[in-house]
Design a protein around this ligand. Structure first.
Ligand code: UD1
Length: 431
């Protein structure tokens, strides 16, 4: 089993280049099903969830050509099946985007209920509500979502009961080819919503209002091919920002949109760190002594739930008590027990954690329980005295491209090892 082994205690220094946004790319890949013409997607992150989505496209008859590591050309003209199922697609969350895209283009879809990180109950009732409002019949049978609209999809006015990233993108995917005008209210405003809308508009869709509370879509008869570059990943960037602060380092994080990072920047500044903003980069200089602060996760432009574990690790090394409220997913504090092995002092009650900062962490052997928790534990290991191993890194690899290599380039003593022998070699090497 692959694991990360690291010797912490060295501040991270240098430059890192951020890749394309995983969660935008997942919606965009599904969106490529909406046209019979070629779609070229650039700046794709080379991570597991993306590769699973591309493989699933091939399975239903699309041709996917990897032009280079970060560019794929998709031709969906040969799609013959609206039924997707393999053991990998069941494991990822974004498989739900195939429902919206297949329903939009082929008026039918048969897709397994989504998997993804076990961070809460994660229902998809709002997605289904949207599809039904557009005229589809939707049933759940044998663990699959079966949707059909024999007469095609039609215009609708949809109000989402909860602000959902997935439901917003999914309903957009279904509605761009629907007849008439669809209005979706109380939508999510995350940068990846805007990116998927921009991508669809570049194919000839007519979507207005992405990034506000209300999205208006005028259905078009057909969409054409496009070449589109995915935006930079807000969460990968935020992860390196926290790594700089937690290790008291100094990292220039390139290829980012600083506006998307404002909520993270604000918290790091409140803690006493220095953040410089440039046109397409941010530089974070970690203060030797950092202040506690309170964080509440909220839909964008609030503090992202996907940054909560990484920020909590940073706060766990601050001088005082912080309170973190998780208001999106109810089960997102599981990493706290792992972090306790490293000497942190965090109490969780319901959806609130009270973090009493400690002076230092000690290296330990911990498990990555989900994608962002895994990244947070790596940051903790790099800030800790001694050696840390993080197991189950398959979760981390779902969303971070060559995480260990990017960290090595910043001076981290970290390696990906595949056996106890390799781990032993690392221990001997670093002495
Ligand atoms: C997406 C992201 C995930 C991120 C999350 C919030 C992808 C593949 N995943 O997940 O990384 O943490 O946004 O930014 O892009 N809800 C319902 N009914 C629904 C849909 C959602 O009640 O039909 C609830 C959820 O339980 C949750 C909240 O709405 O409490 C937000 O979920 P949502 O934004 O949909 O998250 P995901 O799309 O699952």
């Amino acid at each position: 089993m692959e694991q990360f082994i690291m010797k912490g205690g060295t501040p991270l220094h240098g430059e890192v280049v951020i890749g394309g946004a995983k969660n935008a790319a997942l919606g965009i890949i599904a969106g490529a099903l909406l046209t019979d013409e070629d779609v070229i997607i650039e700046n794709l992150p080379d991570v597991r969830d993306i590769n699973v989505m591309l493989e699933a496209l091939k399975e239903i008859g699309a041709v996917v050509e990897r032009i280079d590591r970060h560019t794929a050309k998709i031709s969906a003209v040969g799609v013959t099946s609206v039924s997707i199922d393999d053991e990998y697609i069941r494991k990822i969350r974004a498989s739900y985007y195939f429902i919206g895209a297949l329903l939009g283009k082929h008026h039918m879809a048969d897709v397994p209920l989504p998997g993804g990180c076990a961070i809460g109950s994660r229902p998809i009732d709002q997605h289904i509500k949207g599809f039904r409002a557009l005229g589809a019949k939707v049933e759940i049978r044998n663990g699959c979502v079966q949707a059909a609209a024999s007469e095609g999809l039609h215009s609708s006015h949809i109000y989402l009961d909860v602000v959902s990233v997935g439901a917003t993108i999914n309903i957009m995917l279904a509605a761009v080819l629907a007849e008439g005008r669809t209005i979706i209210e109380n939508v999510a405003k995350e940068p990846h919503i805007v990116d998927v809308a921009n991508f669809l508009n570049s194919m000839g869709a007519n979507i207005k209002g992405a990034g506000t509370d209300t999205i208006r879509i005028r259905g078009v008869r057909r969409l054409h091919g496009t070449t589109y570059a995915v935006i930079p990943d807000q969460i990968e960037a935020g992860t390196f920002m926290c790594a700089a602060a937690a290790t008291r380092g100094d990292i220039l994080i390139k290829n980012v949109i600083p506006k998307h990072l404002e909520s993270i920047t604000a918290k790091l500044l409140e803690m006493g760190n220095t953040v410089y903003e440039y046109d397409e980069a941010v530089r974070v200089v970690g203060a030797p002594v950092q202040h506690p602060t309170d964080v509440k996760t909220l839909p964008y432009p609030g503090f992202p739930t996907d940054m909560q574990p990484q920020m909590s690790v940073t706060l766990a090394l601050a001088d005082g008590t912080s309170v973190v409220t998780e208001s999106i997913f109810e089960n997102r504090f599981k990493y706290v027990d792992e972090l306790a092995r490293m000497g942190s002092n965090i109490k969780v009650e319901g959806n609130v954690s009270v973090i009493d900062g400690v002076k230092r962490f000690m290296g330990a052997s911990v498990n990555a329980l989900d994608l962002r928790a895994g990244a947070a534990l790596v940051i903790a290991g790099l800030a800790a005295d001694g050696i840390t191993t993080v197991r189950d890194i398959v979760y981390i690899q779902r969303g971070y491209e060559h995480f260990e290599q990017k960290l090595q380039a910043l001076g981290a003593q970290i390696e990906l090892v595949d056996s106890e022998r390799e781990a032993q070699k690392f221990r001997l090497k670093i002495g």
